[in-house]
Design a protein around this ligand. Structure first.
Ligand code: C5P
Length: 293
């Protein structure tokens, strides 16, 4: 039986600015996406029938058409006029609704994996537009690495890899709805705008301190207002290194150049009963050989 496996990498946003609300209800963003080595794994196997079956290791994870993996499979079939079926084993390690792009990355991995499993043509532009229909972060997750994201986040400009960091993630243990956070964002909370151009320059120059001092996310204020525990968590993490909320939250990350310091915070958080992960920044999985296999 033919099997295909794909890793779906988590992401964070090193900077996230909102330029304004659009007529379609979305917001125009200026953000820098960064992949992490933390990943889910998806294993795709062919079926004799035409069903799309999703089996996951997380109780409560939807396995029907509300799952982005299911929708990615259905859209791909529709686009290429195939009725092939698939069973997808989804091994989730990335926390759900956590600001880490887990669902988006699973959808991107499904597009990549099913093109291989079903023997479809490799057409990057078609995959990118399918990805954008599935969600604002899905196009970035197709290749990962480090990219500037504009528009809803789907218009991408690839950047050189950001300097390597060990990354500690901490999650306060409840999900956050991205739509709710954007709804609560008040225009006055956007000033002063984060220095996106400066952060991009710092990445291009490999300037670690220039990067660290520009970490910013305008979604912190609405999320902190809705969930004060997230701000408390950030205050705690900031004592250890440059820290920021991931996406619309509630996960908070801290960057480290020193592995021992990262391990120390990770152990400290776990010891206090807080969900925490120790991961690393990662380069694009399109980069050919640079990504861990
Ligand atoms: O695109 P995605 O489905 O991931 O977005 C989830 C929700 O987040 C949207 O329905 C919208 O409310 C909000 N959003 C936004 N502007 C963006 C991205 C997301 O308002 N650029």
């Amino acid at each position: 039986m033919m099997l295909v496996a794909e890793k779906a990498y988590a992401k964070l946003n090193l900077i996230l600015d909102v330029a304004g609300k659009r007529p379609d209800g979305y917001h125009n963003l200026r953000t820098v996406f960064q992949s992490l080595t933390l990943h889910d794994t998806l294993v795709f196997s062919q079926r004799k029938d035409s069903r799309i079956v999703i089996a996951g290791n997380v109780p409560g994870l939807p396995t029907d058409s509300s799952n982005l993996v299911w929708r990615a499979a259905e859209r791909l079939r529709h686009t290429y006029g195939t009725q092939q079926g698939v069973t997808v084993e989804l091994v989730k390690n990335i926390p759900i609704a956590a600001g880490l792009g887990g669902g988006s990355s699973d959808a991107a991995a499904a597009l990549r994996g099913l093109v291989r499993l079903w023997g479809l043509p490799s057409e990057p532009d078609v995959l990118l537009s399918l990805a954008a229909e599935l969600g604002s972060d899905v196009p970035f997750c197709l290749a990962g690495g480090t990219s500037l994201g504009l528009g809803r986040g789907e218009l991408l400009e690839e950047l050189p890899p950001c300097p390597f960091y060990y990354v500690v993630l901490a999650n306060p243990g409840f999900p956050v709805s991205t739509a709710q956070v954007f709804q609560c964002l008040q225009p006055k909370e956007l000033a002063p705008h984060p220095d996106v151009a400066g952060l991009v320059r710092a990445i291009r120059e490999g300037d670690r301190s220039g990067m660290e001092e520009r970490l910013a996310n305008v979604l912190e204020r609405p999320t902190f207002r809705l969930f004060p525990a997230v701000e408390q968590l950030k205050i705690r993490m900031e004592a250890h290194g440059p820290s920021l909320m991931c996406g619309s939250g509630p996960t908070v990350f801290t960057l480290f150049s020193d592995a021992d310091k990262a391990n120390h915070l990770h152990a400290d958080l776990l010891g206090q009963g807080i969900d925490a992960w120790r991961t690393e920044t990662s380069v694009s999985h399109d980069a050919g050989g640079k990504q861990d296999a």
